[in-house]
Write a new protein. Structure first.
Length: 199
């Protein structure tokens, strides 16, 4: 004879199987929808190199409210500075105006390259704003290089003094090999103007 308990047990088993089946179908549907978005990581080639292979930093005293600009030119490239913050190989990552509109208390600018090109690099510092009377602005410039999987290594450092508005000094001219090695005897401070009027 049929009893109510038999019906109750059978229906709960059916409900459990239905819920389990719906959960499985939902999981399979999610996997199918995600498959087109899962791709094999691309192998790094010479055309795809990480940014920050040649890094040029410029620092000046944090307490001085003056606007100093970093200008960089890579081999067969255009100068990069605050008027032109990006080129084929270099980018100006930070344009610091001194203390004006600055969230940090640090005075520095930084440029980096995408890849390492063999050839000559020029690094200039430029006093954009007015210098208070009797003040000398010491500017520290550091050049570092990171080859493909190496860590960043410093290759050059110097200090330049700025005294007046629109003063532009060449901190470095140097040559690098394709592997990021400094060419012996290539470092000079022979002046080359990089600051250009925007067109």
């Amino acid at each position: 004879m049929w009893e109510f308990d038999d019906f109750y047990d059978d229906s709960s088993g059916t409900v459990f199987r239905d819920v389990l089946m719906l959960a499985l179908i939902g999981f399979v549907a999610m996997v199918i929808m995600l498959l087109p978005h899962i791709s094999k990581p691309q192998e790094e080639t010479n055309e795809h190199t990480p940014p920050g292979n040649v890094v040029i930093e410029m620092h000046w005293p944090d307490e001085l409210p003056v606007d100093v600009d970093l200008w960089v030119q890579g081999p067969n490239d255009v100068p990069v500075g605050f008027w032109n913050q990006g080129s084929q190989y270099f980018n100006l990552l930070r344009d610091d105006l001194g203390m004006e509109g600055d969230a940090s208390a640090r005075n520095y600018e930084i440029s980096y390259s995408r890849g390492i090109l063999a050839g000559e690099y020029t690094v200039n510092v430029h006093m954009y704003g007015k210098v208070p009377a009797g003040v000398i602005v010491p500017v520290r410039v550091v050049v570092s290089v990171k080859a493909k999987y190496d860590s960043l290594r410093q290759i050059l450092e110097t200090s330049v003094e700025l005294l007046r508005r629109n003063q532009e000094e060449t901190a470095f001219r140097f040559r690098l090999t394709r592997n990021g090695d400094l060419v012996p005897g290539s470092v000079t401070t022979l002046r080359r103007r990089l600051v250009t009027v925007p067109s």
